[in-house]
Design a protein around this ligand. Structure first.
Ligand code: SF4
Ligand code: SF4
Length: 204
């Protein structure tokens, strides 16, 4: 059966009308910022204090785009007669985001939680060299990493949190003991002074 003349046009107009009256879903970026999920892979932040320069991330990166330089330093023994220790000191940590394929392997393999995903993605450059972010830049990204989601009700406290809390409690107790000792010493000094001067200006 041959189609009714003009039916194609009517169908097309119907589609146009339907689309015109629908709510638009196109995000008007950059005027409107997209609402990204917190675990979006935008850029990698480095929490330098946690990095032990173990090189695992650089070795596992499939693109070889993590550059790390370090030197060794000798740390004196903590107690008399103890052994000196040597530790790695970070000189350079950089990631070339023009090579990175955002696989996340470096973040997964880091045994010390020094690397994190940040959802920030606005770091396009006109010069490709600028896409190699050095440690200062990687640290800046760190401050854009979202806080981890809240634990499920009744969930066990994470080991890291428990350890940090224990360390903070220990430090607070040590500080309180120190303050109490200082106050006691001050009080003893005051009493001594009072005893020395005595009534009528005493022994001077
Ligand atoms: S995300 Fe993947 S490619 Fe990018 S630096 Fe990490 S390991 Fe390398
Ligand atoms: S794996 Fe982690 S601790 Fe080791 S060098 Fe990389 S960032 Fe530092």
């Amino acid at each position: 059966m041959s189609p009714i003349p003009g039916s194609g046009l009517a169908k097309g107009l119907a589609v146009t009308l339907r689309t015109m009256t629908k709510k638009t879903v196109t995000a008007q970026y950059p005027d409107v910022q997209p609402e990204l999920p917190p675990r979006s892979r935008g850029v990698i932040g480095l929490f330098e204090e946690n990095c032990t320069v173990c090189m695992l991330c650089a070795r596992e990166c499939p693109d070889w785009c993590i550059y790390i330089d370090s030197h060794k330093e000798t740390v004196p023994a903590a107690v008399e007669g103890g052994r000196e220790r040597s530790r790695n000191v970070l000189d350079r940590f950089a990631i070339d985001f023009s090579l990175c394929m955002y696989c996340g392997i470096c973040i997964e393999v880091c045994p010390f939680d020094a690397l994190f995903w940040s959802p920030e993605f606005e770091y396009a450059e006109t010069d490709i060299h600028e896409l190699t972010h050095e440690r200062d830049k990687l640290r800046e990204w760190m401050w854009t990493v979202p806080a981890p989601p809240a634990l499920d009700p009744g969930a066990e406290e994470p080991k890291e949190v428990a350890a940090a809390r224990k360390a903070a409690d220990k430090l607070a107790a040590a500080q309180a003991a120190e303050a109490a000792a200082a106050a006691e010493a001050g009080q003893a000094a005051d009493t001594g002074q009072t005893g020395q001067t005595g009534p009528e200006g005493g022994q001077a």
